[in-house]
Design a protein around this ligand. Structure first.
Ligand code: 5GP
Ligand code: SF4
Ligand code: MG
Length: 471
């Protein structure tokens, strides 16, 4: 079974071919996955798919884009931390309904994949991939519904877990948000384009406006003929499923310039830094964030404390996010070339090193040892999220490393973790503080919104089947 964190989008244009716009906006989602990339367009008569391993620039080099004709299409960038990063699992995934193909791009993770997959196989479905996304395709295939839209609704009623989707069914583009709103999905419009994308940064790159997020349980569509079809909220499978967007998106995943649930990620991160400082101030000479994910929480620490922010840790941009690499050995090797220290900025100083999260501890250990190499007198670590104690089963993929979670392995003993990472002091933002940072970033009805925080609390709002927990 393949699970992954991804970026995806769909574009419909009233005027021009969309391949270039798809390509450009996939660039803005590259931080969400670089293992494989895919685009499929529809030109009114046929589909034009192109998928490959690697980043968008690798897959869509040369004259590939000019072959992808059509005013409507979807795209996807993917990573998984498993060895299953093969071309066959690259998205979008093809399905078929009443002998007519359609294509799906998915971010999230279904929790009842195995059961549904078995059911479909018993009915004779031949799966071409090991993705949970193809299970959705199979359910559409078997739905027995009179038309595609009803087939989609029937399929959605059967799946559990998290899913934000774009689907291309000939000249219609659908966007679907799951019943808990867990994975980000927003809509942008402008220049005759309607765009559904994982992050609003994709709209900026196209020079169009962020309109709104796709709502929980919402299916919204656009076709070559119509800029926007009436939206429907036809399903909320489980009455007890609460709206729970992923709080970790604000901690780490979203690009700082992206907006989700009316909150700019940069603003939330700065709040996190400020609250973190209020919870645990310390006398120090300089604040050094671990770039780039902690730059804005670092700014918050600095603004709140009045202590100068120095970018003493330098990150090379020619290496991707280390965590994205599927192989541990490659990760560690890439760490060395990825981060370096500017010693003059820390020499003889009491340094506060800020990072957004500690998962396995690899990044923070490296940062601390570099700051020490640079001659720091003391190194105090401040983390802008609580202890990461429980794996994510909803699409962030840390269940693969569930035995390596440092906070879990030390049963939350801060002193032990501090020693293991080699810091002079260590403090994690409280759960309350993290929630307040997200709440404070917004001052209207959205304040009441609750977020998924299962990786920090172990409270899974969508139950995780035992066989997944023990697998
Ligand atoms: P660690 O090195 O402790 O395993 O992971 C924490 C570091 O990786 C932090 O610097 C954070 O910015 C980043 N990070 C945290 N969680 C994730 C994740 O789920 N995926 C990716 N790509 N990076 C992560
Ligand atoms: Fe996000 Fe954590 Fe919930 Fe996963 S478990 S959806 S990473 S908050
Ligand atoms: Mg980081």
């Amino acid at each position: 079974m393949s699970k992954n964190m991804c970026g995806f989008l769909g574009i419909a244009s009233q005027e021009t071919d969309v391949a270039e716009d798809l390509y450009l906006s996939l660039w803005s989602l590259l931080h969400r996955g670089k293992e494989s990339s895919g685009i499929v367009t529809y030109d009114g008569a046929s589909y034009h798919p192109e998928k490959g391993m690697g980043t968008v620039e690798v897959v869509f080099g040369g004259d590939t884009l000019s072959r992808l004709k059509g005013r409507i299409g979807i795209g996807h960038v993917r990573y998984s931390t498993t060895g299953e990063s093969s071309l066959k699992n690259a998205q979008p995934i093809e399905g078929s309904f009443k002998s007519t193909p359609f294509w799906i791009a998915h971010n999230g993770n279904l929790t009842n994949t195995e059961t549904l997959r078995k059911e479909c196989e018993e009915r004779g479905y031949f799966f071409k991939t090991s993705t949970d996304t193809e299970v959705i395709a199979a359910l559409i295939y078997f739905s027995g519904a009179p038309n595609f839209e009803d087939a989609l609704k029937r399929a959605l009623r059967k799946i559990e877990g998290t899913y934000a989707l774009t689907i291309l069914s000939k000249d219609t583009l659908y966007a679907v948000q799951d019943e808990t709103g867990n994975r980000p999905l927003s809509m942008g419009q402008g220049r005759g384009l309607t765009v559904f994308a994982s992050e609003s940064a994709a709209f900026d790159v196209l020079g169009i406006k962020y309109v709104r997020d796709i709502k929980v349980g919402e299916i919204i569509a656009v076709s070559l003929e119509s800029p926007l079809l009436p939206s429907e909220i036809p399903f909320r499978n489980r009455k007890d499923a609460p709206e729970r967007p992923c709080i970790f998106e604000y901690v780490y995943f979203l690009r700082p310039d992206s907006k989700w649930y009316e909150r700019r990620a940069q603003v939330v991160r700065e709040h996190m830094g400020r609250i973190l400082w209020k919870e645990c101030p310390i006398e120090a000479d300089v604040i050094v964030p671990v770039p780039d994910s902690s730059n804005f929480m670092g700014a918050g620490l600095s603004k709140e404390s009045g202590i100068p922010l120095e970018m003493a840790l330098f990150r090379s941009h020619y290496v991707g996010r280390t965590f994205i690499e599927p192989v541990q050995a490659r990760r560690t090797k890439e760490m060395r070339i990825k981060l370096n220290i500017i010693p003059e900025l820390v020499q003889g100083k009491k340094v506060v090193v800020g990072d957004d999260s500690i998962v396995r501890g690899t990044s923070i250990k490296r940062a601390i040892s570099l700051v020490r190499e640079g001659g720091a007198k003391e190194v105090h670590v401040r983390i802008s999220s609580p202890q990461y104690i429980s794996p994510c089963y909803y699409g962030i993929d840390t269940y693969r490393v569930k035995n390596e979670l440092i906070a879990k392995n030390h049963a939350g003993n801060i002193e032990e973790i501090r020693k293991e990472i080699g810091a002079d002091s260590l403090y994690y933002l409280s759960l309350e503080g993290m929630k307040r940072a997200v709440t404070d970033a917004r001052d209207d009805e959205h304040r009441a919104l609750q977020f998924c925080d299962a990786c920090f609390t172990g409270n899974y709002h969508i139950p995780i089947p035992q066989e997944i927990i023990t697998s």
